[in-house]
Design a protein around this ligand. Structure first.
Ligand SMILES: Cc1cc2nc3c(=O)[nH]c(=O)nc-3n(C[C@H](O)[C@H](O)[C@H](O)COP(=O)(O)OP(=O)(O)OC[C@H]3O[C@@H](n4cnc5c(N)ncnc54)[C@H](O)[C@@H]3O)c2cc1C
Length: 480
């Protein structure tokens, strides 16, 4: 079924997607918002899982209330909501989705907003695939939505503002984090001054950071700068973690290793934008390691350059990680631009209404840039694996199996064909940058010069029966 009734389709129901949807709908546009999760809110505004009754919403913190207000904006008659619906591909102007019960559906709108968010940056080192090694996002989801702590002795290794935020949040939720290491050095006075000069318009975030720091101090949880995780060991699950001091490039300094016992290792080294759909659309990209590597190129309205017959807007963390306030402002700006583009809002009115959001976006971005300078991700993060480390966890491909292939190619798609690395369920979301870094090192190039694997549909796993035509029988391949 092709659904052509919508002016706009928005992919992603986090702050960016919700803001774009409700803004565009408030000017009379008919909008469909699609998210693969069961509820809207995205990463930051995850709702409690099924079966929980909320006695006092205030106890769930200010993020919960902000999320509830935002999600309520979707209750407008011109908005159609599609949850548990995964976008599998976009072909020309057709967005193809799959739902576990309702099956495949196609949308054919006049404009498209893609707001797919980001995911935890995978860090590859010996032992990273052991049970008990978890990304911060996964641990956060467990404690936030199910109120379950993954362990009794949690070691937190990471970098950037969310390493501080996550570890403090986990402690608040009752998860026993006993130590935190941060790979960046203690910020220099110049970097702190840079941060102070950009704090205007960001007092809420600065206040949050101080509260997170004081949570760790009050619980006497040590926080060490300039250290990185190098190994996790245990029989069947994590029992010990090893970390070491780093040099300027985050390479571990021999002789500085410390071994600690832990039953959970939580990793929070930042995020990678989910750019699969932008790659399918052949959008242009920039590169910024600290914002997650490749980031889609766009103007301040979110409009991308692509060969698609309809305008494609990219907003939120999926375009480079800048946080939820910036994501929301980006969504509002895209919504205003689309309303103007489709004739529901005059250009003068669009420009008047966008002023406040542009100001907020500039202030938020300035603050984020100052933070990024304090926590620049260095290339040592890609140098932690040894020959026996599994690089592609979906297909269990080790470094020593990829090594001979990269001798003769710089092409990730060739590495995939020869070694199966990147061919599995996650479609290289976890291993692609690591392999790119191995290629870059071997061929003396920069990681930004190593292009993506060729993007393929479906961008997310789907049952073959949902997308295949059951009337086609091919005896040669399928046994009845
Ligand atoms: C794991 C994690 C935890 C975070 N925790 C915090 C925190 O505690 N505090 C904080 O301030 N910030 C946090 N952040 C950052 C914050 O979540 C983001 O800045 C903010 O949510 C960005 O909003 P967004 O709308 O761009 O993306 P998101 O909120 O990530 O929303 C994107 C949505 O798109 C959907 N989606 C993606 N691909 C598809 C597809 N193919 N089909 C259908 N739906 C799709 C996803 O299900 C998701 O709901 C976290 C980020 C991550 C990745």
């Amino acid at each position: 079924m092709i659904d052509s009734q919508f002016d706009l389709v928005v992919i992603g129901g986090g702050p960016a997607g919700i803001a774009a949807t409700s803004t565009a709908a408030s000017f009379g546009l008919k909008v469909a918002i699609i998210d693969e999760r069961a509820t809207f809110g995205g990463q930051i505004f995850k709702r409690l899982g099924e079966g929980f009754a909320i006695q006092s919403p205030d106890d769930l913190g200010k993020d919960y209330a902000r999320g509830a207000r935002l999600i309520d904006e979707l209750d407008q008659p011109r908005i159609s909501k599609f949850t548990a619906t995964t976008v599998l591909t976009i072909e020309a102007n057709q967005i193809i989705t799959s739902h576990p019960v309702e099956g495949v559906r196609s949308f054919n709108p006049k404009a498209l907003v893609i707001a797919p968010g980001a995911y935890d940056r995978p860090v590859v080192f010996p032992g990273w695939t052991l049970p008990g090694v978890m990304t911060a996002g996964a641990v956060q989801t467990l404690v936030k939505t199910q109120q379950i702590s993954p362990g009794k002795r949690i070691f937190f290794a990471g970098s950037g503002p969310l390493a501080l935020a996550f570890s403090a949040q986990l402690i608040k939720y009752g998860a026993p984090v006993f130590k935190v290491i941060e790979s960046a050095p203690f910020p220099s006075p110049a970097k702190l001054l840079g941060l102070l000069s950009s704090v205007n318009g960001n007092w809420d975030l600065a206040g949050d950071a101080l509260r997170y720091r004081s949570t760790l101090l009050s619980k006497r949880v040590p926080f060490h700068y300039g250290r990185i995780i190098i190994k996790a060991e245990g029989s069947g699950r994590v029992e010990e973690v090893t970390h070491a001091r780093v040099d300027r490039d985050w390479n571990p300094i021999p002789g500085t290793e410390v071994v600690e016992s832990a039953d959970t290792l939580c990793l929070g080294y930042g995020f990678f934008p989910s750019h699969e759909l932008f790659r399918l659309l052949d959008c242009n990209f920039d590169y910024d390691e600290t914002r997650g590597g490749f980031t889609v190129a766009k103007d301040h309205w979110g409009l991308t350059e692509s060969s698609s017959p309809i305008p494609i807007y990219a907003v939120g963390d999926g375009t480079g990680v800048t946080g939820s306030y910036s994501a929301e402002a980006q969504g509002r700006l895209a919504g205003l631009h689309i309303a103007n583009h489709l004739g529901s809002l005059s250009t003068t009115e669009r420009d008047t209404q966008s002023k406040g959001f542009l100001k907020e976006l500039n202030q938020r971005n300035k603050f984020q840039r100052a933070i990024n300078k304090m926590f620049e991700v260095k290339q040592g993060i890609y140098q932690l694996a040894d020959a026996n480390t599994v690089i592609c966890r979906c297909e269990s491909v080790k470094a020593k199996e990829i090594d001979p292939v990269i001798d003769s190619t710089c092409d990730l798609s060739v590495v995939k064909s020869y070694s199966r690395a990147g061919m599995g369920l996650c479609q290289a979301r976890n291993c692609q940058r690591q392999i790119a870094a191995m290629i870059a090192k071997r061929h003396d190039r920069s990681i930004s010069e190593i292009n993506f694997q060729t993007p393929r549909m479906p961008v997310k796993p789907v049952e073959i029966g949902k997308i295949a035509d059951p009337s086609i029988r091919e005896e040669k391949y399928f046994i009845q």
